[in-house]
Design a protein around this ligand. Structure first.
Ligand code: GLV
Length: 323
């Protein structure tokens, strides 16, 4: 009987699905947040279904003597040492596509909330300060005709771009490769190869790229300096794409007008200077958090585990990570 470890509670549907093919252990949240905890238990398991917070390092993979697959309950997989997994002949999987629309909606929601100062305005009302309609209260940025600069024009970047187009925004983007001409036309999107140019032309800058060596602290002090003072920053990718200390300084010094952050470099910790920064929305990493999407993420991860454990060819498991 195959043994499958799920590192914390997930929706019921994928758990029941996996129970059909093996003995499933669902660990309480927090059990496997450290490399040491995984190293001491992973030897017993054939498959690991883990979270983006699970550190699947080379040491963990080497300790997984029976391990055949690691399926991440996430599209981003910077928590897994993919190179080590490949060397050790352990397959890896992520969950692309199924969360694209939820993330597109969420990025648009963050931008609307940020540009119209909804959180600050609501706090003002709750604090009993609302004394009637004011012509000068909570003026924000109107989105029509503003430029949205997207770093990382993959599925989620494009989903955000589609929504922003509907709000009348102009789209410019930076990506490893230029996207298909038809999509570019549909979005009326302009490919800008130079990061500095993209940043200085963006009224709103959105991060939708994976965290890699190249994107680690991509948004640093020098880049933040290039953002216009009225510009807003939205990040639903990974916290470490931003140098948080530099961002907090830029927000406090009003070098930029606000930020909406769903992700942080050292989750669950949030940089203390961000906690006190003006016009800053701080959210607990919930871009894909809809019932439908979380079920689908779980099923995609579970199906990859089923495929590998049953010996299906890689070509029949679309979400295996191939690099
Ligand atoms: C969430 O951040 C994910 O990568 O799916």
């Amino acid at each position: 009987m195959f043994k499958i470890l799920i590192t914390e509670p997930i929706p019921e549907k994928p758990i029941s699905f996996l129970e059909e093919i093996g003995e499933v252990t669902v660990a309480p949240k927090g059990t496997y947040d450290t490399e040491e905890a995984l190293i001491s238990h992973i030897h017993a398991y054939d498959a690991l279904l883990c979270m983006l917070s699970t550190p699947v390092t080379r040491n963990v993979l080497e300790a997984g003597k029976k391990l055949k697959i690691v399926a991440n309950f996430a599209v981003g997989y910077d928590n897994i040492d993919i190179k080590a997994a490949q060397e050790l002949n352990i397959k890896t999987a992520n969950t692309p596509d199924v969360l694209t629309e939820a993330c597109g909606d969420y990025a648009m929601g963050l931008l609307l909330a940020l540009s119209r100062k909804l959180k600050e305005a609501e706090n003002y009302l709750r604090e009993g300060k609302f004394s009637g309609w004011e012509p000068l209260g909570f003026l924000g940025m109107e989105l029509r005709d503003r430029t949205l600069g997207i770093i990382g024009m993959g599925r989620i970047g494009q989903a955000f771009a589609h929504r922003a187009r509907a709000f009348g925004m102009n789209i410019i983007y930076l990506n490893r490769n230029r996207i298909e001409q038809t999509t570019e036309k549909e979005l009326n999107a302009e490919f800008v190869e130079d990061l500095k140019e993209l940043v200085s032309r963006s009224d709103v800058l959105s991060l939708n790229c994976p965290l890699t060596e190249e994107t680690h602290h991509l948004i640093d002090e020098e880049i933040l300096e290039l953002m216009p003072n009225h510009a807003l920053l939205v990040n639903i990718s990974r916290g470490a794409v931003i140098d948080e200390e530099a961002l907090a300084e830029a927000l406090h010094d009003q070098k930029i007008a606000g930020a909406a952050l769903d992700v942080f470099e050292n989750e669950p910790q949030v940089h203390p200077k961000l906690l006190t920064a003006p016009n800053t929305l701080l959210l607990p990493h919930i871009a894909s958090a809809t019932y439908k999407t979380r079920d689908a993420i779980g099923m995609l991860a579970a199906e990859a585990i089923e495929g590998v454990l049953k010996g299906k060819p890689d070509s029949d498991i679309p979400n295996l990570i191939r690099r």
